[in-house]
Design a protein around this ligand. Sequence first.
Ligand SMILES: Cc1ncc(COP(=O)(O)O)c(C=O)c1O
Length: 460
Amino acid sequence: MNQHFKPNSVAGRDVASHLHSQTNPKRFEEKGPVIITKGEGIHVFDDAGKSYIDAMAGLWCASLGFNNERLAAAANRQYSELGFYHTFFNRTHEPATNLAETLVDLTGMKGGKAYFATSGSEANETMVKLAWVYHTVRGKPTKRKVIARDRAFHGSTIAAASMCGLTFMHREFGLPIPGFLHTLCPDPYRGMLDGESEDEFADRLALELERLILREGPDTIAAFIAEPINAGGGIIVPPKSYFAKIEVVLAKYDILCLGDEIVCGFGRTGNWFGKDTVGMKPHMMALAKGLSSSYFPISAVVLAPEIYDAVNAFNKQGGSFGHGFTNSGHPVGVAVALETIKIYNEMNVVEHVRKMGARLKWHFDSMAQRYPMIGDVRGAGLMLGIELVADRATRTPFDPALQVGLTFDQIAYEHGLIGRCMGDTLGFSPPLIVTEKDIDQIAERCETSLKVLEGRLTVR
Ligand SMILES: Cc1ncc(COP(=O)(O)O)c(C=O)c1O
């Protein structure tokens, strides 16, 4: 055990026993963990009692904050009634039925079905397997490959990680596995050419996708997967006409569109689902995070009727759908999700997010007037990003060695604000329960941190 941790302290024991996700092992051994002891609304507290606004809702997920009593009560009620049962072999329970019905209805997937899993990665992989069944049943079993985009994040299991377009998800593991391809990221700020309009950029992205499909062979491609707005790659809002143009190409080559709504779903972008913010028309949607405000590990796939029909047709000789997780449709998970959705409805989540999102965006836009290092402010609803640059006029990034984004995160943390940098893009995705006062406080702490960062960069 590292010398400077007290014996038997949580920090020392954690360093000795716990492998952490997305954490540098050596730095962790030296610095130890950040220990979070409790939550109160949008705030979390560390073991020294210091409070922070978690303006990332944890991992884009705790939409109802960190100690919602109603969710705790819903879980407790369900634990007392039926603490576990599965949904294999025709089994169900009423909360699972209610949630399936609610999700089909909310997503507008008329005549479709909901399938339950326990993580976003599993939901995304379920969509891939369903796409394979769909094409097989229609006599096209060679359609197996999946196209994702550069800078995408879709999860950590093998196929989900292969769909990521981020090298840090691939390098240790020799990923992506064969059959998982990537096309251009629709990032107007970084991807548009001089003199190109957003619409022309969207044309070029669609053309590039078509070229990839033709190079690989249309009869080998099963599906295209995308988040409506890319969260983890740097909060990237595609050009307005992007999905309409992409979907023409997909339809031409009989390729399914898979919507990863794991971050964007449940009000985050100012609509119930991100697809409505960007005009996307997916055949299947993966839901997680905001589905239960992450109070329980539950995810879902909502599928269009034709996808269900394929599963049905494949098994017409009496076989069973060969897929399932022990905790698919866990009664406590579905009960918590139902209560979460009830609260979203009561708080009129879409209107609230639009109002709060506009207020936060206004703050960031006005900061951009005062801080020349703000190159771009973008996003939708309560999912906003600020990209910091060395030169705004030329969009020249900072030298990566300066670690500007990471330095901002550290300064903000010292000022009681938890954000999340993605390179030099600062991400903000606060719990959806934020009030006007909370938004103003997030902006104030953000500006104070920018001022300190600016001072440090000038001193250099
Ligand atoms: C867009 C997106 N898809 C999928 C996932 C994976 O979800 P999970 O970590 O629950 O497997 C994430 C997680 O952050 C995500 O942001």
